[in-house]
Structures are given as C-alpha cells and as structure tokens.
Design a protein. Structure first.
Lengths: 444, 259
C-alpha cells in the first residue's frame, strides 16, 4: 500500500512496486489515509528478527513522545501537521515518537506545498564550531573536489567558496580514492588552513567510516566523521557498515572533543534508491526505505545529514519533476524525524533534468527552511562528474530570502573582509582583505 | 575574468595560477549574485554535449566499416529504445531473443577473447574512439584466438556476460561509452570478465576507465594495461578484485560506468 500510494518514480517501476495505474495510486492513498499510525508499531515492513534497522526503530521508539498523535490515522496526522496546533514546540516534542514509516506514509498524502509548509515549522539546531539550523539562516557545504585529490587544487576551490560566503556547514571533500594516506593528507591540509585563518567551521574528508576510525587512531585532526547510510541492514552491509561500527566511530569522534559551540560530530548522506540498487529493499518502496535511513542517522546526533537527491540516476528518479518531489519529501521526512536536514540538489547527465530544475528545487527547499545546501564551483563537480549547486546559487538564495550564514561564520566573513557589515559580499576589486591575499598567495 | 572578478589585491595573474591547480570552475566572477552570461552559456554547451552523447544513436554500419576486415556481429539488448534503456538497466543487461539466437548460431571456433563494443551511455565516444581502441588492444594479444567483434546497442556492462557465454569465450572484453561528464563527453571504459556468464558481479570484472583524448588514458596505454590483465586472467583463471596486485598500474577508477 505504501508503494502504491507513492508519487510515480522510476525506481518503484524498476522494482515492480509502482501502482499499476493512476487510479489505483489514488485509491491506495484513500486506504492509507484511514490506516492508524499505531499500525506501524505493530507491523514491521522489514522483519524485526532479521534487520537491525527495524530493531533500532522499534526499540528506540519513544511512546511518551508518540502519545499526542497516537490516536491519529495517517490522514489525520497530515491534517494535524498542517494545523496551528502543530507549532515548533509540538513538532519538536513528537519527533522521537514518529517512526520513518509514519513519516514516509504521511508524506505520500502531502502535496508539495504541504511538504514545504510543515517542514518550515520545524527547527533542528545542531552545532560544532558553527551553529546549523537557526531561524533566518541558510548554511552551505563547500565541496572543493578534485579529480586527483591535489591539495593545492582543493585549496584553490576552498578559497573560491569562502569568497562567496560558502562553507559554514562544512568544508567537505569527497576523495577520489579510497586511500587512507591520501585522506589523511587532505584532513591535515584542511585543518591547517582552517586553523591558520581561524575559520569557525568544520572540515571533513568523506572517506569510509572504517578509514576515519584508522585515521583518528593515528591522531589526525578529524572534525566530522562521514558515512553514507541506508534503510536496511542488508543495504548498509552493501556500504560495508553496520550500527556497531557507526557507534564506535561516533564514540571516537566525541572523544576528540574538537567542537567549540557544540559536539555534533557525525555527517551522513543518503539517497532514494540506494537500498534497491543493493537489492536490499525488502519489497518496500524507495521513499520509505530512504526515511528508514534517517532513523539510522538520527541515532548518532549528527551535525549534518543530507539526501543526494539526483545523484543516483534516472532509473530511480527519472526527471526533474521526480527529483524535485523527492528532494522535498526527503527534507520533510528528515526534519519530522528530528534530523538537521540538508540537500545536495543535483543531477547527472543521463537524467531528464537541467539547471532550471535545480533552480526550482533549491528555491523550494530554501522556502521550506532547509538547513544547508551543497555548493561546488560553477555547479560542476569535476571529480564525481555530476552537477550540484554553485557558490553563486547560495548568494542568490540568501539574497532573495534575506537569509544569512551561521552566526559564527557570518562574523568571520566580516572580519576577513569578505563581507561588508551588512552581510553583503564585497566585490573583490574593493580589495579590503589581507586575508584573501595571504591565502591566495599561500596556495599558489 | 569579468565584471567584479578579482582584481586587486588578488590580481589576475595570481588567479590564473590558482586556476591551473584545478579543472574546477573557480574564479568565474559574478554579475550581481549571478554567474556572468559567458559562464552560463559555456556550462549549457557542456551539458548539451553530454546530453547529446547520451541520446545519440550508434552508427553501427560506420563502425563495422572502420573495423574491417574483422568479422562483426550486430546484437541488441532487451531495451527497445533509449528511454527504456535509461529507466530499465535490467533490460540493458539481457540479450534480445533475436540476438541470443544469432549468437547461438555463430558459436563455432575456439574463442579466447570475445570483444564487445557497446554504446553504453556515450555512443558519441564509441563512434569516435572504439575502433581505434579495439585495434590497439587486438594488436597486443599475440596468438590468442579472437572471436567475431560484437557490436551491441542499448547495452550495459553486464550484457558482455551472455555474449561471452554464447560465443564460448574464455574472457569477455567490453569497450563501452562511459557516462558523459561536463568536461568529457566521449570517454570510453574497458571491462574484462573471465569466464563470462550471466550473474557475474562487478567485483568479478577489471575496469580500465577514463580512456579519452582530453587528459585521459590513451588507447595504447589502455591496450597495454588490458594485455597485462588478460594474460594474468588466463593464467590465474579469474578476474576482478582478486586479480589486482602491485604490478597493476595505478588506474583511476571513477564510477562512470553504466553498470
């Protein structure tokens, strides 16, 4: 029923789970609307006995938090979420009482404007050296990837991002190889750069969690520990992880105590279709499996979590319409479950999408109060060969909606001469920044 | 450098030096908060080329002519068109019924290596470089018996498995168009599978990727690597993760493959 009620997407068609007709899809929504929320606590869609993600969801369910909504059906939940009774405090109070399946189910009954309206009311605030998720703020991940992991090339892209006011969520590099020494080199370089210029942000090299454990053991300066996560034990096994290794990494990162204004030290990425692509979806639709990944993420109090919504390709999300809806569903479900949810607004060249679709999705997500977005120079990720948002896009979003970066980072931008006291970016030709000159000369 | 692009104190010369450190689109300047028009159109052109490469149809007759005098067989996957191919990777890994029959009829002489040229996600790349690459590879195989070259349309990497099996090949070597990026839209990849048969996993293949003329691997370098891998695969009777060792040149493995 969950699959049949889902808005049409190619991944569910590929899995043979999509509704057989448009009429049946709506019929499934009528049936889903009358299902009591409690039913999701009694019937596991992935077996409890054989799946540790299901056990995590059920065993960590907070019955007291669930109490205010325990009497509702899925349809009634949708109406309550949109009501004035569901204000910021009420939504925060129920987060640990909502299971991923409840979040996914209700999202299937919500139009785009509903997904935006409810997500907008939810605040999830996390912190490390900067504070993410405050009202009136939009944070960004600076993604300075390089096809050969060249430290100077990465530093040049970091400078480009900083000059656009980007990087307050994290300066996060996807390494081109799986090599521990190469990742360690980048971690040290980024940390030195951040330390030298006292930039109030955190750095991350998005290497496998087991690599991060080795790197931490060897004493390298790891801020955030990254991992891709999915919604079933088998899908996580495909990523080479389980909950135990995430617990170990979480504990190790906490023990380093490197945060200043907070200690949220984990960073997770997800994306619809990852469970199906590992053939680990248990006959469940891709959006519900995606929401289950958020249960994994929230167990480790991350600083950041984001869906990489258009990365996986057209066999899971075919075109701009499917990518846009999926991005808003993911953001809504993540926020409802209490995650500091961001998004990599992106697409590949074999998907039916272009920059106009990304403009639409990033604008909608920002209206919805998205915590952070990923930015790469000129939208072109030259290592992963896909298109994300550009540094310029962050300027556009902040300006049209009057949003500012994280407060610590905002203050630094002004001190460094990158931003004027009113928050607007200086034209570099104004030439007021000794920092910029020094940094550029160091890199080159 | 346009509009409010960096002037003093980061002068143009300094930025030029920074730009040489990365192919990333840094120091683009801005107009208000937006990209300058030249950058917008440059990006659109790169995207358009990549899109065209994804949707182009392979001219199989021209490719066959280029491959002469090598014997050629033409096959297709179970994906009838590009739109289906993009949505249904499972169909792109299966032979059409007609193609399976054709290959069954063609099976005959000893075949050590079956070459498959597949459109994958860049028919443009295959059209431009596959014949040259194949000839460079074939020249390094010594006395190994090469089967007819199979040209496969709407094909994913794993289509090489039923093709290789049908020809009774000891090893299948697929040359395939990789997913186009903005900077390179005509890159080729080679996938080598020992004892090909449906159900082989990607971990059982060796991949040589990023074969193209814009700073990628040259056909001769790729052929040299393939020659080494082929000899090792035949000697050890396996391919994939287990084959890699320190003698293998460090190759960039980027997940561009339409696996």
């Amino acid at each position: 029923m969950l699959a049949a009620a889902s808005a049409l997407r190619s991944g569910d068609e590929l899995a043979g789970l999509a509704a057989a007709s448009a009429t049946r899809r709506v019929a499934a929504r009528w049936v889903l609307a009358d299902l009591p929320l409690k039913a999701f606590l009694n019937e596991a869609i992935v077996p409890y006995e054989s799946d540790e993600v299901t056990r995590l969801i059920i065993d960590s369910h907070d019955a007291a938090a669930f109490a205010p909504i325990a009497h509702l059906t899925v349809g009634g939940f949708r109406d309550w979420l949109l009501s004035e009774a569901a204000d910021e405090a009420a939504l925060a109070a129920i987060a640990r009482g909502v299971t991923p399946e409840m979040a996914a189910a209700v999202s299937k009954l919500m139009r785009v404007q509903d997904l935006i309206a409810v997500a907008k009311k939810i605040r999830v605030v996390t912190a490390f050296r900067s504070t993410i998720g405050l009202t009136g703020r939009l944070s960004t991940r600076l993604q300075p990837n390089h096809p050969a992991d060249d430290p100077r090339g990465i530093a040049a892209a970091v400078l480009d991002g900083l000059l656009h006011g980007v990087g307050d969520a994290v300066i996060g590099v996807n390494p081109a190889t799986d090599s521990v020494p190469a990742a360690t080199t980048l971690i040290r370089m980024l940390d030195e750069l951040r330390e030298r210029y006292a930039i109030p942000t955190q750095t991350c090299v998005l290497t496998h969690v087991t690599n991060a454990l080795t790197i931490m053991e060897r004493g390298a300066p790891v801020d955030l520990v990254f991992q891709s996560v999915a919604g079933s034990e088998a899908a996580n096994a495909g990523f080479g992880i389980d909950l135990a290794v995430l617990r170990e990494a979480h504990a190790a990162a906490q023990a380093l105590g490197r945060g200043t204004v907070g200690q949220n030290a984990m960073y997770f990425e997800t994306g619809q279709g990852s469970a199906l692509s590992a053939n680990a979806h248990h006959g469940v639709d891709q959006q519900t499996m995606e929401a289950r990944a958020y249960a994994v993420a929230r167990a480790f109090d991350p600083l950041l979590a984001n869906t990489v919504v258009g990365f996986i390709g057209p066999e899971y999300l075919y075109d701009g319409k499917q990518i846009i809806r999926a991005g808003l569903e993911d953001h809504f479900c993540g926020k409802l479950l209490g995650l500091p949810m961001g998004c990599d607004v992106c697409y590949t060249n074999h998907a039916e999408a272009d920059q106009d679709d990304m403009d639409s999705l990033m604008t909608l997500l920002t209206v919805a109060g998205c915590s952070f977005l990923i930015c790469v120079p000129g939208s072109d990720d030259v290592m992963l060969s896909y298109q994300s948002l550009s540094n310029h896009d962050a300027l556009y979003l902040r300006s049209i909606m009057g949003l500012r970066p994280a407060p610590e980072f905002e203050a630094w931008l002004e001190q460094a001469g990158i931003a004027a006291p009113d928050g607007t970016l200086r034209a570099l030709a104004d030439g007021a920044s000794p920092f910029v000159r020094q940094l550029a000369e160091t890199i080159s | 450098m346009t509009e409010v692009a960096p002037g003093e104190p980061i002068n143009a010369e300094l930025w030029a030096r920074l730009r040489r450190t990365t192919p990333a689109r840094i120091a683009l300047g801005r107009v208000g908060h937006a990209l300058p028009l030249g950058e917008v159109l440059d990006f659109q052109l790169a995207h358009a080329r990549a899109r065209d490469a994804v949707h182009a149809a392979l001219d199989t007759a021209a490719l066959e002519a280029e491959l002469a005098p090598l014997p050629v067989l033409h096959v297709a996957s179970d994906a009838p068109d590009r739109a289906t191919y993009l949505r249904r990777p499972d169909l792109g890994r299966r032979l059409s019924e007609q193609s399976a029959a054709l290959l069954a009829a063609a099976k005959g002489k000893r075949c050590d290596v079956a070459f498959v040229i597949a459109d994958g996600l860049s028919a443009t790349g295959v059209q431009a470089g596959a014949a040259t690459l194949l000839k460079a590879c074939a020249a390094r195989l010594g006395d190994l018996a090469i089967g007819p070259v199979v040209i496969a349309r709407q094909a994913r990497v794993a289509l090489g498995d039923p093709i290789g099996e049908a020809l009774g090949a000891r090893v299948a070597v697929m040359i395939i168009g990789e997913r186009p990026g903005l900077s390179v839209h005509d890159s080729l990849g080679i996938y080598m599978t020992f004892a090909p048969r449906p159900g082989r996993s990607d971990a059982e293949r060796n991949c040589i990727s990023n074969i193209h003329g814009a700073g990628g691997l040259s056909p001769n370098d790729a052929a040299r690597t393939l020659g080494w891998l082929l000899r090792e695969a035949l000697r050890l009777e396996l391919s994939g993760v287990a084959l890699k060792d320190d003698q293998t040149p460090a190759l960039p493995f980027e997940d561009h493959g339409p696996a």
